[in-house]
Design a protein around this ligand. Structure first.
Ligand code: SF4
Length: 708
């Protein structure tokens, strides 16, 4: 890697799911110069402020530099031997399910593949979950219910072809800044393009919005059910597409009609009838319509139903997988999608195969030559940490994530980990909320050091390239996992490089993947013969990938002509009805807490908190209130607000904004317990989850507010 110094290397950003290409140059003192990669199809040279500041977050200060057991420095050989023997003892006494892994959408695909292989095929525990559970697992569940697979049907380019673009539960201006800028430019080039935002909050995204529907929190299903009913009475209903490629419209329509019949829709949504009618009129009249949804949809006790309510209107109009038309999940993390490809969630198997299908399990077991194959899905994030709290899980290996800050009911997670017999933490940072409760710490490679692949929100696989040698004794996460696997006596983990892992993953995606076989959407087997040189030179490409005339060909769009991955190859229009949020406000807890991201920080700030450029935008936790509520609470801008729920407490500085609805308070997710013991908003968030996806309802927790 030292030989790469001084050269401009193409890599990808470490942060959000846009997956921007980065051109990085480093000198002998680890000083980076960063610019956008003009040729990368996600960003064509643009970077947001977080991506531009990547080089300022890779210093050695605060890095975890060597492994340690019980706080005492140890070498890798000794530490991985210790972990292997501890895990074997726990498995011998309590069974394999007493072991769990909690990993991350920050992982590279290669790391994700190895942890899943080790857990699901060798240790025999299904308990591997990831912080992606908090991010987009409702989108996964919604895609699977509708399409039979977890497939994003369109590409970013479609945003530029759309005539109507609707954001649902997304502040893209802050959370997906480069896509937002692409859309802003597209609107400037096409003044006829209409943009709608469906969001209880007025945010910076509103700058380009023609119509804002500030619906009440949790009412998305009713809105899209109403749209389905109106579409069904209009020429936009595409009976040809419905008859040829879908099932279930009659039942879904019946459910929607029942929902709509419960009372005045505009009033129940909390919007005026004229605005609602305008949105419906635009949607019906515009064939090139894209609906972009994000955490406001996914992070809900009814997240999966919300996703399906959105997909339903696209299936009923046949506006899916075609130029400028389709539903689109804006993924939060850089490699949440790659994680899904290798089965990174507790309810998935590798290569988009299903745990509950015996033939799928047999295929994977045969390919891995594994001694044990799990037979059921594992514990999803909230249940996983509950199982740590109750002692069912006795060993947990946390990698590249900080659940003591990010999980709902985070104080319970902190206490559970403090009492867990074996907590292993792999991280780049030495002092985090999680390393403080770890029995064993392992130094991981950081951005600029690690080498592998990521997949962004539009199914585009890109290389993230190692430019620098790892700090101290840090090593790749896939390598640490493979060392432990080998020391536990397992074969099949003798990987020498990230490329070795990647080609195995690619080969698995193609096994028996054909009509009459175990057919699935995710196929990158054309990459399974990549040499090291070809892997190093791999250009961004969207799966599924084919080899045509010795050339790799990706796929921009799917499903315009059906071809779904259900048993009968038809999509399912899923009946859904609006249900109330998991916890409702009361006299004791009269406000609804909504949590989310800010523009210049990432997750729990362990990296973005390192540069003053990024803390300049917003430097401390805040609570955004409507002026009427501020008056009622006798607080002014700059006061400290105490936020209490029945789960915990946090403090934040008051900001007053009429973009916030009365009765709601918005607090960002980023500040951790190292910043201050009172700034982890996760401690306040309720642990309600969606019944299908297990995704927590981070957008609606009843709270009590008072001046601190
Ligand atoms: Fe990185 Fe996302 Fe910003 Fe692109 S938009 S530079 S991927 S944080």
């Amino acid at each position: 890697t030292a030989s790469l110094r001084g050269e401009a290397i193409k890599t990808t950003c470490a942060y959000c799911g846009v997956g921007c290409g980065v051109l990085a140059t480093v000198d002998a003192d680890r000083h980076f110069s960063i610019s956008g990669d003009l040729e990368h199809p996600a960003n064509f040279g643009r970077l947001c402020v977080k991506g531009s500041a990547l080089g300022e977050t890779v210093g050695l200060e605060g890095r975890l530099l060597y492994p340690a057991i019980g706080g005492v420095r140890a070498d890798w050989d000794h530490t991985t031997t210790y972990i292997a023997s501890q895990l074997k003892d726990i498995i011998a006494e309590h069974g394999p399910e007493a072991v769990a892994f909690y990993v991350s959408g920050q992982f590279l695909t290669e790391d994700y593949y190895v942890v899943n292989k080790l857990a699901k095929g060798f240790i025999g525990t299904p308990n591997v979950d990831t912080n992606s559970r908090l991010c987009m697992s409702s989108a996964v569940a919604g895609h699977k219910r509708a399409f039979g697979t977890d497939t994003v049907p369109n590409s970013y380019e479609d945003f530029e072809h759309a005539d109507l673009l609707t954001f649902v539960g997304s502040n893209a201006a802050w959370c997906h800044p480069i896509l937002y800028q692409r859309i802003k430019k597209a609107k400037a080039n096409n003044p006829e393009m209409k943009i709608v935002s469906i969001d209880p909050r007025k945010t910076d995204t509103n700058e380009i919005v023609d119509l804002h529907l500030p619906i009440k929190s949790g009412m998305d299903v009713l809105l899209f059910n109403y749209l389905l009913v109106e579409v069904s009475k209009s020429p936009a209903l595409n009976t040809t597409y419905i008859d040829q490629f879908t099932d279930g419209l009659a039942d879904a329509l019946l459910a929607a009609q029942r929902d709509v019949a419960l009372g005045d829709v505009a009033e129940r949504l909390g919007v005026d009838g004229v605005t609602l009618a305008q949105f419906v009129e635009w949607f019906i009249a515009t064939p090139k319509a894209m609906t972009l949804f994000s955490m406001g949809v996914n992070q809900s006790g009814q997240g999966t139903d919300k996703v399906n309510a959105i997909i339903n209107v696209h299936l009923a109009t046949g506006r899916i997988g075609s130029e400028g038309a389709g539903p689109f999940s804006l993924t939060g993390q850089p490699n949440a999608m790659g994680g899904r490809e290798v089965g990174g969630l507790a309810n998935m198997l590798a290569a988009h195969l299903d745990i509950h299908e015996p033939s799928h399990r047999a295929l994977v077991q045969d390919f891995w030559q594994s001694p044990t194959m799990i037979e059921k899905q594992g514990l999803k994030a909230v249940d996983l940490f509950d199982a740590v709290a109750t002692g069912k899980v006795k060993a947990v290996w946390i990698m590249a994530t900080n659940p003591i800050v990010s999980m709902p009911n985070a104080d319970r997670v902190r206490d559970a980990l403090a009492n867990c017999p074996l907590v292993i933490v792999s991280d780049v940072i030495a002092d985090t909320d999680c390393t403080r409760v770890a029995d064993v710490v392992l130094p991981a490679l950081g951005w600029g050091e690690k080498d592998g692949t990521v997949t962004n929100s539009e199914r585009c696989i890109s290389r993230q390239r190692g430019i620098l040698a790892g700090a101290g004794e840090s090593r790749a996460d896939w390598w640490a996992l493979a060392q432990v696997a080998q020391k536990m006596g397992f074969e099949g983990f003798d990987y020498q490089s990230a490329r070795d892992v990647f080609v195995e993953h690619a080969a698995l995606s193609g096994v028996d993947n054909q009509e009459g076989g175990v057919l699935r959407d995710f196929d990158i087997s054309a990459l399974s013969a990549l040499t090291q040189g070809e892997y190093d030179a791999l250009n961004p490409i969207q799966w599924p990938i084919k080899l045509v005339d010795q050339k790799l060909v990706g796929t921009q769009r799917l499903f315009e002509q059906g071809g779904f991955f259900t048993t009968n190859r038809r999509a399912k229009i899923v009946p859904v009805q609006n249900v109330a949020t998991g916890n409702v406000t009361s006299n004791e807890f009269p406000y609804a807490l909504n949590t989310g991201r800010i523009r210049d920080q990432w997750h729990t700030m362990t990296r973005t908190g390192l540069t003053s450029r990024l803390t300049r935008h917003i430097g401390e936790p805040f609570a955004e209130l409507n002026p009427k509520d501020a008056e009622k609470l006798h607080v002014s801008s700059g006061d400290i607000l105490q936020i209490n729920s029945q789960w915990g407490q946090a403090l934040a500085r008051v900001i007053i904004s009429d973009g916030q609805q009365p009765g709601m308070v918005f607090v960002p997710i980023h500040w951790n317990g190292i910043n201050s013991t009172q700034s982890r908003i996760g401690a306040v968030v309720n642990p309600v989850v969606d019944p299908y996806s297990g995704q927590p309802e981070c957008k609606h927790t009843p709270v009590m507010l008072k001046k601190a």
